[in-house]
Design a protein around this ligand. Structure first.
Ligand SMILES: *[C@@H]1O[C@H](CO)[C@@H](O)[C@H](O)[C@H]1NC(C)=O
Ligand SMILES: *[C@@H]1O[C@H](CO)[C@@H](O)[C@H](O)[C@H]1NC(C)=O
Length: 477
């Protein structure tokens, strides 16, 4: 009975296959390479497949068997376990990741899978184009850990995991990227590879601390769901990227880990960051030169140094940042809430910035513009040139601070202009101490409402020279 049925089944399928063959050869060839390939609705085998006890029917397309998936996807899945990864947290899985990538890179809309339940030890690695196909998904559900021995790091790469020169690349999943950064954070001297006595220092980590996850020179980048923790330095960096979307990610490092930015943006445009929790030792989000059209919303930040634009203009460089919106943010236990920082001697501009609906909680300084930024620099003499700061709007900034509510320190030669403050309510929380008063230096702007505490140090009108003078270089941005 059973074997009779099977025989019937098989002969039926053979007949159907023969019937379908000629038409499929034509339509399926035409569809090859298209995303989300589906069997044509009219194809007679489709109904049979649906009723076929869940068995997929493989179809020969251009020399490859393509099995239609439940979701209609064109299955091109490259699981690192199938490329020799052990996933035991001890064996070096770098080669397996490289091999899986080499395969995935060749297939449009492919998925490289790092499965859950495993821990993969991976050395510095680059997933790079430009000769890869588009729309690749890096499905991260397991955990990737960085080596913590100095030997694995060579002369000190800028980053641990890099995606570069790709078009529409997605990293998603519930997985974790763990930089095991604590070995880099302590103050013991790190070795310089050019030192003569390199052998005696072989146990030390390289002087350059790597970024955990970096996207470089890519367009259409999506990062969602994953957690990045304990980075030696910045957790997630985008430079020279366009159309970036970051959502539902976690960044997690101790508040005293040095230089561990959460998300670091440089030379990147059209960036949206939302629904994420960023806790680290430095800026939750750091927006550097060359960034425009940046939208950050519904983010929790802290511990860390808050949301920062800059430091810009270091070593007399030109910096340009414009059109940044930061809204619906909770900031707790940070150095600053929202901050713009520029070095003396720079040029360029920061323009058109909106900070709105910012809830601060026990931050040291809630609102800051510092045009005298000098982070450990020893030659921070005042100079006439400065990065111009204008059109900075603060709306509905509320909560508590532990030192100073507002600090606007603007350049003598190029004052800040167009600052607006609307609905500012900040309370001091530090028992037995006195808060510092709001501070303004060469800061031009207006209060749209009364504020708590009262801020009466803003200058009204326009600075002599109208805010633009021979030191301003904003035209070149
Ligand atoms: C400013 O950036 C937003 C994205 O955050 C964008 O939608 C908008 O078009 C930009 N405005 C200008 C004038 O470029
Ligand atoms: C730079 O200028 C500011 C504002 O005039 C002043 O408070 C500060 O002391 C100066 N710094 C140095 C190093 O001269």
């Amino acid at each position: 009975m059973v074997s009779k049925l099977r025989l019937k089944d098989i002969s039926f399928m053979v007949i159907m296959a023969l019937l379908v063959w000629p038409s499929c050869l034509k339509t399926c060839h035409a569809r090859k390479g298209k995303q989300n390939w589906r069997p044509s609705k009219e194809a007679p085998f489709r109904k049979e497949t649906a009723a076929g006890n869940g068995r997929g029917v493989s179809t020969l397309i251009g020399g490859n068997y393509i099995t239609p998936q439940k979701d209609g996807g064109n299955s091109a899945i490259f699981n690192v376990l199938n490329y020799g990864a052990k996933g035991d947290g001890h064996v070096d899985d770098t080669k397996a990741f490289e091999a899986a990538w080499a395969a995935a890179c060749k297939v449009q809309a492919s998925t490289i899978v790092v499965p859950s339940g495993s821990v993969f030890l991976v050395k510095p690695i680059s997933f790079s184009g430009p000769n890869c196909q588009t729309d690749i998904i890096f499905q991260l559900d397991g955990k990737i850990i960085a080596p913590s021995s100095s030997g694995a790091w060579g002369s000190g790469p800028l980053q641990w995991i890099e995606f570069s020169k790709l078009q529409r690349i997605t990293v998603k999943g519930k997985g974790v990227i763990d930089g095991q950064g604590s070995v880099w954070w302590n103050d013991s001297p790190t070795y310089n590879p050019s030192d003569d006595n390199i052998e005696t220092d072989a146990t030390k980590m390289p002087g350059t601390k790597p970024t955990a996850l970096r996207f470089y020179g890519s367009t259409g980048v999506t990062v969602t769901g994953i957690t990045i923790q304990n980075s030696p330095q910045t957790h997630l960096k985008f430079d020279d990227c366009k159309d970036v979307q970051v959502s539902s990610i976690g960044v997690s490092s101790p508040g005293d880990s040095p230089n561990t930015d959460g998300i670091h943006l440089q030379n990147s445009q059209d960036v949206t960051i939302f629904s994420s929790n960023l806790a680290c030792g430095d800026d939750c989000v750091s927006i550097q030169t060359g960034c425009s059209n940046v939208y950050i919303h519904n983010v929790n930040c802290g511990p860390g140094h808050g949301i920062s634009i800059g430091g810009l203009g270091k070593d007399n460089t030109k910096a340009c940042v414009s059109n940044v919106t930061v809204r619906d943010i909770k900031v707790q236990n940070t150095l600053t809430g929202v901050r713009i920082k520029t070095w003396q001697g720079g040029s360029g501009s920061v323009q058109n910035v909106m900070f709105s609906n910012i809830q601060v909680s026990e931050v040291k300084t809630a609102i800051m513009i510092d045009q005298f930024y000098c982070n450990g620099g020893n030659s921070c003499a005042n100079k006439t040139s400065a990065v111009a700061v204008s059109g900075i709007n603060y709306m509905n900034i509320q909560g508590t601070y532990t030192e100073q509510p507002v600090h606007f320190a603007c350049s003598d030669s190029l004052p800040c202009t167009g600052l607006t403050l609307n609905t500012i309510q900040l309370k001091y929380v530090e028992e037995g101490n006195h808060p510092r008063d709001p501070f303004c230096w060469d800061a031009y702007g207006e209060l749209k409402t009364s504020t708590v505490p009262q801020i009466d140090c803003l200058k009204t009108g326009k600075p002599s020279g109208g805010g633009t003078n021979k030191y301003s270089n904003t035209d070149s941005c």
